[in-house]
Ligand binder design. Structure first.
Ligand code: MN
Length: 308
């Protein structure tokens, strides 16, 4: 399946509409002014002048319109999004903490209606990868107050329990995303998003395989894309909220451990883990870490090297 997007002049768009008139279908999606469906190609014309061809015949059909499709083929990793995607009402979801030895995995889903996009941008939400933890700490409460969202915190004890029973991180994340999305959908009901966008950590098939035993599986209008926080502010907002929840839990761990709990999984992390092991014991260390990480063995080696 391929996708081609052309940007055409108003005159050319008139010709496109005329050409596909007999194949016209009704599509009420925002920004769409005309849609048609051939046996092997769907054609969507947007108010912006973009024309999207989707399907096996996409390249051939697009080439009728006088531009070399190679130049304008949209190739994102993951699903191809409609050209006006960033201005639609979308639930985005993202997670954090998966690579950190200490602390939880958090997942947030967040609904940004089209008329809230400007507000969210004004609150400073951009590419959340560019924001520091301190900035995100300040922004998150405003986002949480103004947007329908759900944030899940999987603490270390529960994580270690299900991990030791054979659940992969992929499965854990998929279940959490599905859960968070379900919460937000219920919160905004009867309103519905145009799309749901998951910051992609697994291929669609793998994701749905992970959650196939769930009672309620969110499938409708679900798209996956990597770097999704750049594609819609709802994912960027979700990412900030997830990060905030992660940092809050790290604060709590710092408090109970009586020492600053570091992020990541570096050699510094091994050292702190060794210190905590010596001071507070193995059970305590286990209760604040992702125990199966290689850091555990490295920390134990540091402990053993010490002279007592
Ligand atoms: Mn992500």
């Amino acid at each position: 399946m391929s996708n081609v997007v052309l940007v055409l002049s108003p005159d050319e768009i008139k010709k496109v509409k005329l050409h596909y008139m007999n194949y016209k279908i009704e599509r009420s999606a925002p920004g769409v002014v005309f849609a048609a469906k051939l046996t092997d190609t769907a054609i969507t014309v947007y108010k912006s002048g973009k024309v999207m061809f989707q399907g096996n015949g996409a390249s051939q059909e697009a080439s009728l319109w006088g531009m070399s499709p190679e130049k304008v083929t949209v190739s994102t990793k993951g699903d191809t999004l409609p050209p006006n995607f960033s201005s639609l009402s979308v639930i985005g979801s993202d997670e954090t903490g998966t690579g950190d030895y200490f602390g939880p995995i958090t997942v947030a889903a967040c609904f940004v209606r089209e008329d809230q996009i400007e507000l969210v941008n004004e609150l400073g939400v951009k590419d959340s990868k560019m924001l520091t933890d301190d900035v995100m700490r300040k922004m998150a409460p405003d986002l949480m107050a103004s947007l329908s969202h759900s944030v899940l915190v999987l603490k270390n004890e529960k994580y270690n329990d299900i991990q030791s029973r054979g659940w992969s991180q992929g499965k854990i994340k998929a279940l959490m995303h599905n859960q968070a999305l379900k919460h937000v959908i219920n919160k905004i009901n009867p309103e519905k998003p145009s799309f749901i966008l998951i910051d992609q950590f697994a291929e669609r098939g793998i994701y749905y395989n992970h959650i196939k035993m769930e009672k309620e599986i969110i499938r409708e209008n679900v798209l996956f894309a990597t770097k999704a926080e750049q594609l819609h502010v709802s994912v960027a907002a979700a990412s900030i909220i997830a990060r905030y929840a992660f940092l809050k839990e790290m604060d709590r761990l710092t408090e109970i451990a009586g020492t600053t709990i570091p992020k990541g999984a570096s050699a510094k992390v091994d050292e702190i883990a060794a210190k905590i092991y010596i001071k507070n014991g193995e059970a305590f260390l286990k209760s604040i870490t992702k125990w199966h990480f290689a850091n555990t063995q490295k920390a134990l080696m540091l402990v053993n090297k010490r002279e007592f």
